[in-house]
Design a protein around this ligand. Sequence first.
Ligand SMILES: [Zn+2]
Length: 124
Amino acid sequence: MLFAMKYFSGIGLAAPQVGILRKMIVVEVEGRITKLANPQILRVKGADVMEERCLSVPGLGVDIVRPYEAIIKGLNEEGQAVEIKAKGLFARVLQHEIDHLCGKLIVDYLSFWQSLKFKVKALR
Ligand SMILES: [Zn+2]
């Protein structure tokens, strides 16, 4: 997963994106690599908007409002329970990847008209 993420110049990847049907994510922000299994968002705080892109939806950028801070629990590579306090971009990428595990993509944040415009563009 880490190889695939780096190969496609991503900063996060969820297992289902590469055909692995497991609740696992890998994130790399500011040189810190985080690997989590069964990640769950425990608490969130604040709000922030940023354009997000996704390896699964090439060519689309969507402004998404997300909590600025998030406390996330999961299992690390050794199978130990960990709790991560994340802020800013790190929190955003973790939340984006957890969305993938719930079957949610950045296109699901588009308004009806934005979504229609994207679909028409994709048909061309
Ligand atoms: Zn994505």
